[in-house]
Write a protein that binds this ligand. Sequence first.
Ligand code: MF3
Ligand code: CO
Length: 249
Amino acid sequence: MIRLKNDEEIKRIRESCKMLAEVYQDLIPSVEEGISTLEVNRICHDLITKRGGTPAFLDYSGYPASICISINDEVIHGIPSDRVIKDGDLVSLDLGIDLKGYFSDSAITVPVGNISPDAKKLIEVTKQALSAGIDACVHGNRIKDISASVFKVADKHNYGVVREFCGHGVGFEVHESPQIPNYVHPGPNPRIKKGMVLAIEPMINLGTEKVNILDDDWTVVTADGKISAHFEHTLAVFEDHTEILTIPG
Ligand code: MF3
Ligand code: CO
C-alpha cells in the first residue's frame, strides 16, 4: 500500500529534508584526505542530534552507524570504520534523518582531491540519471517512467545499473512502498499521484552491474572492483509540480 501524505505531513517531511540538506552542507567539507570514515560518522551524528533529529539508519535492520559511507568500488551501505579517506577517492554518503517521526533520505557522491576522468564522468552521468528520473516523477506518470528515464541515461554510456537495490517511498518510515527500480522490470507499475513522497536513487557502476555483499553483511561492492556512484533525493509530488525536498531551503 502506498501511503499518501497530506499538506501538513509534507510540511513535516520537508523540515526533515531541509535538515538533511543542511547537515550535508556542514558535513561535506570534512570529507577530505586524511579523515577516517568513523570520524565523518561522528561529525554527522553530532550535526543531526544538535539540530534535534535522529539518524534514521542507526539500528535500522541492525545497521551499526548514523550514515553509510561507501568508497570507490563500494556501491552502498559501507560501514564507517578506521579506513582513512585518500586523495582520488570517490566517497558516497547516504543519510536518512528521522525528525519527530518524519523521514528524509538523500545520497551524494563526493570526489576527494584529484579524481580520474572516468570518475568525473561517472559522477556527472549518475547526477544526470537522477535528474532524468526526477523529471519523469510527475503526477499522472507511472513508476516505470522514472525507471526508464534513469536507465536510459546510464545505459547510453554503457554503465552498469545496479538491479538489487532501488528507490522507494519515504516519509513515515525509511522505506515505504512503492519500490522504484533504476531499470524497467516486469513488476508493479503504480501511477504517480499527488501526495506521494518518493526517494529516487540511481546506483551506477563504471563496469558491470553485478554486485557482491561483503562478509560484514552490509557493504555492497561491484563484482569487478570498478568504481560506483550514488545520488538520491527525496521528492514530494503535487498535482502541478514535483518538489525536490532534500535541497537547502
Ligand atoms: N541507503 C538506503 C536507502 O537510501 C537505506 C539505508 S538502510 C541502512 O534507501 F540500513 F543501511 F541504513
Ligand atoms: Co533511499
